[in-house]
Design a binder for this molecule. Structure first.
Ligand SMILES: Nc1ncnc2c1ncn2[C@@H]1O[C@H](COP(=O)(O)OP(=O)(O)OP(=O)(O)O)[C@@H](O)[C@H]1O
Length: 243
């Protein structure tokens, strides 16, 4: 079976710094995969390349069997690759509903009425529907995170890349987000989750890939990852900040 996402020899340099060094990795449709590693190990860079925000210096990337390296974020979103950002990106001056419509209308299949109905249903599911007409600037940090989730779902993604979704989120909201991530995955959506929150990673993911200095140093179950000496060394060694 062709993996949903296949990364081969992917390399990214910033000047003299090699942020990713010949990364090989395959992700099957329906996986729930954690991507961990100390600060600066290359996690966000990898996600930025897969979602079309960065070019690579070498290697190949294919999605559902077709090459995608060099495609724009917009094209990739249309193909079903959704992502969140470490720092939430919502249009602060637009209403919550209009934030959803911007996502929905870029999808040529959706007509406005259908897109609005879909937006309301998703907002309701995420407890944001009563705020549909409020400006996004009036949302709390946690609500803005939920709006970002809601916008990703507007495009009916097949692969969702989440970059530190739990940063600054209180425990109750975190549990709510966990439930939604699990529900998406149970509905067949592939999830790649970057987080420094090991409780979330080990609680949600069946497979965990660990990066260190742009290399994959471990690819295994949560149990294998927790007990891998290279992972412990990467996090606890004095050459890295502990995460
Ligand atoms: N746009 C950029 N220009 C220059 N260097 C960059 C850029 N983006 C990332 N880097 C560097 O590439 C390396 C990998 O960074 P990246 O953000 O991918 O790491 P990370 O594992 O996501 O870290 P964190 O957990 O702190 O978010 C770091 O040394 C970082 O400074």
């Amino acid at each position: 079976m062709t993996p949903q996402l296949e990364i081969s020899g992917l390399t990214k340099r910033f000047g003299g710094l090699t942020a990713l060094s010949h990364i090989d990795m395959a992700v099957d449709g329906g996986e729930m995969l954690g991507l961990i590693g100390p600060n600066g190990s290359g996690k966000t860079t990898l996600l930025n390349i897969v979602s079309g925000y960065y070019d690579a210096n070498g290697g190949t990337l294919s999605y559902e069997g077709a090459p995608i390296l060099g495609r724009s974020p917009h094209e990739l979103a249309r193909l079903g690759i959704g992502r969140s950002f470490q720092v939430t990106k919502v249009f602060r001056r637009l209403s919550v509903l209009d934030n959803m419509m911007v996502a929905g209308l870029s999808d040529w299949r959706a007509h406005r009425k259908e897109a609005e109905e879909r937006a309301h249903a998703i907002l309701k599911d995420l407890t944001l529907d009563r705020l549909a007409h409020a400006p996004a600037s009036s949302l709390s940090g946690g609500q803005a995170k939920l709006l970002e989730f809601a916008r990703i779902m507007m495009l009916t993604p097949k692969l969702v890349l989440l970059d530190e979704p739990f940063g600054g989120v209180h425990p109750e909201l975190k549990r709510f987000m966990h439930d939604h991530i699990r529900a998406w995955n149970e509905a067949g959506v592939t999830i790649v989750l970057i987080s420094h929150d090991m409780g979330s990673i080990f609680g949600l993911c069946r497979r965990v890939v660990t990066l260190s200095y742009g290399d994959i140093i471990c690819d295994g179950t949560p149990e294998e990852t927790r007990n891998d000496p290279a992972v412990l060394d990467a996090y606890l060694g004095d050459h890295h900040d502990a995460a």
